[in-house]
Design a protein around this ligand. Structure first.
Ligand code: GAL
Length: 712
C-alpha cells in the first residue's frame, strides 16, 4: 500500500473508532438515564457486612455509577496462579440489584508485590538510577513487557468473567496514567526508547541530525549508545529530552491500548475510558483522547485558592475539546478536603455543589468523587469521602445527598453541548520544550501562560475550547495562543489560514521559536508566524522575578487608563506590516512596540511582546473579543458570576448560573422565558443568587432560532 493509502486507511479507522465511541457513549448515557453520579468504590477495604449498607446509602445519595476495584489487583490475584473472584462477584451482584452501574477498573495501576519479587525489572527507575519500590502504587515501568503481559492476562480474565454482567456499564483502564511515574530511565526503558527512536528516525544519521548532536560531541555511532536522558553533568540534550517525553507518553499509551485491545475483543459494546490527572505536562492528551470512547478527568482545585475555579474550568474546557465537544466524565473530585497538600482545607459549604455544576456547565456528563467511603487505614485515610468517618449525619454526606437529588432532577442536560466562539491553543511537545533549561528565562510556565489568557475570557463569560494547533479552526471567531514555543510549518499554516479567512488571532511572546526538533527556525522568532503577525523579534529581554516594565497605548482604547505594566518578558520587535497598539515606556526598549496588530487577509493577528498586568490583559482580550465578534453567552453579568450554557440538539438551552463569590449574593439579569427544570416554574429575573449559589434555567428553542427569549 502507498503511504497515501495507509493514511486513508488510518483516517477511516479513526473515523470508525470515533463513531463507535460516540455510539457507546450515547448508550452509557441512556443506561445512566442522565448525569452520572457516584465515586470510587473500594469495598475490598471493608468487611462484607458493610457492603449492603454501602448500596443502601448509595441509593439514598442518588448514586447511579461507581468506579469499582481500581486498586484490587493484589486481592484478586494473590499469587500468579490464583484468582479470587468470589468477593467481586458478590459486590457486582449487590450493585446490580441496587441499580448502581459499574465502571469496572482493570486494576492494573498498582501491581501486587509478587510481581516485583519475581520480576524486579518491572520497577521504574529515576534519572539518577534510583529504583522505585512497591509499597505505594504505580511501581511499574510502562516499557516492561512482563508488566504488560501480566496486566493483559488479568484483564482477559476480568473481561471474560464480567462480560454480560448486568452491573457492567463501562471499563476504567488503569488509573491516572503517569500520575506518579511519567517516565522511567532504566535498562528496560533504554531498549524500548531505542526501538521507538529507530521507528521515528530509521537511521542513526537522521537521529543525529534531529538531536543536533554535533554540539558538545554528542554524535552517536550506534543505537546502543543512546540512553534515556539520565542524570548528566550539565544540561542534557534538549531534543533528546523532548523525544523522551514523547516516547514516555507513547509507552504509557501502549499499556492502555494493550488492555483496550482485550476489552474491545471480549466486550465490544462496553465503553472504555481512563481518568486523566488534573492538567499536567505528563501525557500528550491530544494523542491519547482519540483512543477513549469517552474522555474522563479528575479535578482537585484547592479550596484555599480563590482563583481555583478558573484553573479547574480550564481543565474542563480542555476535556470537552479533546473529543470535539463531546461530553466527558468528571470521574474524581474531593467531596471536601484532600490529604496531599501541606495544609488541606475542606471545601466550604456549597463549594462542592458549585464546582460540580461548574463541571456540568463546561460539558461534564458525570459528577463523581474520590471516594465513596473514607478509608480507615492507608495513606489516604484523611482524604474526604462521600461517606466520612463520622458517618451520614455530617455536612458532607448531606451535601452529597442533596447534589445527587438535584442532578437526578435534570437528566435532559446529559448529552447536550457547549458552543464556544473562542479557542485557546495548547500543545504538549511545545510545553515540554518551553520549560527546559538553558533558555532566555527560566520563569516561563505553560500553565501560567494559559491561565493569564484564559482568565480574562472566563471573566468575560466567553466560552472557550482548548485545542491542538492543527485543529480545524474554521468554527471559531478568535484563536488565542498563550505560548507556542515549538511550531511546525503546517501548524503555522493552519493558524495563518484561519486569519486569512477572517479570524482573529492573539499570540504572546516566545512563540514560533523552534521546530519540532527544538531547532530555532531560520531568522528566529516568530518563525513561520512572521507573515501573519507582520513582525520579527530581534532580541529577547526577559524580566527578572518582580521586575516590571511600563507600557503605554499607541492606539487608544486598549488599556483602562491608557497604560499597563508588563512583567516576565520584553523583547525588541521589528515591525514589517504590523502596527503598534502599545509601546514600552520604560527601560532599554522604551518607545518600541509592546503590542501589535497586523491586518491580514480577512482577519487580524495581534501580538503581545510582554505579559500585561491582569487588568490590562482583561481589557486587551475583551477588546479583541469585541473586534472578533466573540460574544459572552449572557452579557452584563456582575463580577463573580458565571453563566455556562449547554445546548440540546432541538435548540433547548440550559443556562447554569454560578456565583463564585464567597461573600455575598449577586443579582443576575436573566433573559425572560426561562424555567426551573426541576419543577417547571418560571424563573423571574433579575434573580438574586446567594454566595456560592447555583441556578439552572431551561430555555425552550426559540421559534426563529434568533437570540430572543434566551441566551445565544
Ligand atoms: C487521584 C487518584 C485517586 C486518589 C485521589 C486522591 O490522583 O486517582 O486514587 O489517590 O487522587 O486525591
Amino acid at each position: 500500500m502507498t503511504d497515501r493509502g495507509e493514511q486513508g486507511a488510518d483516517e477511516r479507522g479513526e473515523r470508525g473508532e470515533d463513531e463507535r465511541g460516540e455510539r457507546l457513549a450515547t448508550a452509557l448515557r441512556a443506561r445512566l438515564g442522565g448525569i452520572g453520579y457516584g465515586g470510587d468504590y473500594n469495598p475490598e477495604q471493608w468487611p462484607e457486612d458493610v457492603w449492603a449498607d454501602d448500596v443502601r446509602l448509595m441509593t439514598e445519595a442518588g448514586v447511579n455509577l461507581v468506579s469499582l476495584g481500581i486498586f484490587a489487583w493484589a486481592r484478586v490475584q494473590p499469587d500468579p496462579e490464583t484468582f479470587d473472584w468470589g468477593w467481586l462477584d458478590r459486590v457486582m451482584d449487590l450493585l446490580a440489584d441496587g441499580g448502581v452501574a459499574v465502571c469496572l477498573a482493570t486494576m492494573t495501576a498498582s501491581p501486587p508485590p509478587w510481581l516485583a519479587r519475581l520480576h524486579p525489572e518491572t520497577l521504574p527507575v529515576r534519572p539518577d538510577g534510583t529504583v522505585l519500590w512497591p509499597g505505594a502504587r504505580q511501581h511499574f515501568t510502562p516499557s516492561s513487557q512482563v508488566y504488560r503481559d501480566h496486566a493483559t492476562r488479568l484483564v482477559e480474565r476480568l473481561a471474560t468473567r464480567y462480560a454480560g454482567h448486568p452491573a457492567l456499564a463501562a471499563w476504567h483502564v488503569g488509573n491516572e496514567y503517569g500520575c506518579h511515574v511519567s517516565g522511567s530511565y532504566g535498562d528496560v526503558d533504554a531498549v524500548a526508547f531505542r526501538d521507538w527512536l529507530r521507528r521515528r528516525y530509521r537511521t542513526i544519521d537522521a537521529l543525529n541530525e534531529a538531536w543536533s548532536t554535533t554540539f558538545w560531541s554528542q554524535r552517536y555511532a550506534a543505537w546502543d549508545e543512546i540512553n534515556p536522558p539520565r542524570q548528566t553533568p550539565t544540561f542534557p540534550n534538549p531534543a533528546q529530552r523532548i523525544d523522551f517525553r514523547r516516547f514516555s507518553s507513547d509507552a504509557l499509551l501502549e499499556c492502555f491500548l494493550a488492555e483496550k485491545e482485550v476489552l474491545r475483543r471480549v466486550t465490544p459494546d462496553v465503553p472504555i475510558t481512563t481518568n486523566f490527572v488534573p492538567l499536567r505536562d505528563t501525557l500528550d492528551l491530544h494523542a491519547w483522547a482519540r483512543h477513549e470512547d469517552v474522555v474522563s478527568y479528575d479535578s482537585y482545585p484547592d479550596p484555599a485558592d480563590p482563583g481555583a475555579h478558573v484553573d479547574a474550568a480550564f481543565g474542563f474546557d480542555l476535556m470537552r475539546s479533546l473529543k470535539d465537544g463531546a461530553p466527558w466524565l468528571l470521574l474524581e473530585q474531593a467531596p471536601a478536603a484532600v490529604n496531599w497538600r501541606r495544609v488541606n482545607r475542606p471545601k466550604a459549604p456549597g463549594q462542592m455543589r458549585l464546582w460540580s455544576w461548574l463541571a456540568v456547565g463546561h460539558g461534564a456528563d458525570a459528577v463523581m468523587f474520590f471516594q465513596w467511603r473514607a478509608s480507615r487505614g492507608g495513606a489516604e485515610k484523611y482524604h474526604s469521602a462521600m461517606v466520612p468517618h463520622a458517618g451520614t449525619g455530617t455536612r458532607t454526606f448531606r451535601e452529597v445527598r442533596e447534589l445527587g437529588r438535584e442532578l437526578a432532577a435534570v437528566p435532559e442536560i446529559a448529552g447536550t453541548r457547549v458552543r464556544a466562539p473562542v479557542a485557546l491553543v495548547l500543545d504538549w511537545p511545545s510545553w515540554w520544550g518551553l520549560e527546559q533549561d538553558g533558555h532566555p528565562s527560566g520563569l516561563l510556565r505553560q500553565r501560567e501562560a494559559n491561565l493569564a489568557h484564559y482568565a480574562p475570557l472566563f471573566g468575560a463569560g466567553v466560552a472557550c475550547d482548548v485545542v491542538r494547533p492543527s485543529a480545524d479552526l474554521s468554527g471559531y471567531r478568535l484563536v488565542v495562543v498563550p505560548n507556542l514555543y515549538m511550531i511546525t510549518e503546517s501548524d503555522a499554516a493552519n493558524l495563518t489560514g484561519f486569519v486569512r479567512a477572517g479570524g482573529r488571532l492573539v499570540v504572546s511572546f516566545f512563540s514560533g521559536v523552534v521546530d519540532d526538533r527544538d531547532r530555532v527556525h531560520p531568522g528566529g522568532a516568530p518563525g513561520p508566524l512572521a507573515d501573519v503577525l507582520g513582525l520579527r523579534v530581534a532580541e529577547f529581554w526577559p524580566l527578572a522575578k518582580g521586575e516590571h516594565v511600563d507600557v503605554e497605548e499607541a492606539e487608544p482604547g486598549w488599556f483602562d487608563g491608557g497604560a499597563a505594566r508588563g512583567s516576565l518578558w520584553s523583547e525588541e520587535v521589528r515591525l514589517d506590516e504590523a502596527s503598534p497598539l502599545a509601546t514600552f515606556a520604560s527601560g532599554v526598549l522604551a518607545g518600541r512596540p509592546a503590542a501589535t496588530r497586523n491586518r491580514f487577509g480577512g482577519g487580524a493577528a495581534y501580538y503581545l511582546a510582554t505579559r500585561p498586568d491582569p487588568a490590562a490583559m482583561n481589557s486587551v482580550l475583551r477588546r479583541v473579543c469585541r473586534e472578533a465578534g466573540a460574544a459572552p453567552d449572557l452579557p452584563n453579568l456582575p463580577e463573580g458570576a458565571e453563566a455556562a450554557v449547554r445546548h440540546a440538539e432541538d435548540g433547548t438551552r440550559f443556562v447554569i448560573v454560578l456565583n463564585h463569590d464567597d461573600d455575598g449574593p449577586v443579582t443576575v439579569p436573566l433573559p425572560p422565558g426561562g424555567v426551573d427544570p426541576r419543577d417547571g416554574t418560571d424563573v423571574v429575573a433579575p434573580y438574586r443568587l446567594g454566595a456560592r449559589g447555583v441556578l439552572v434555567v431551561r430555555y425552550p428553542p426559540s421559534p426563529t432560532g434568533s437570540r430572543h427569549g434566551g441566551p445565544a
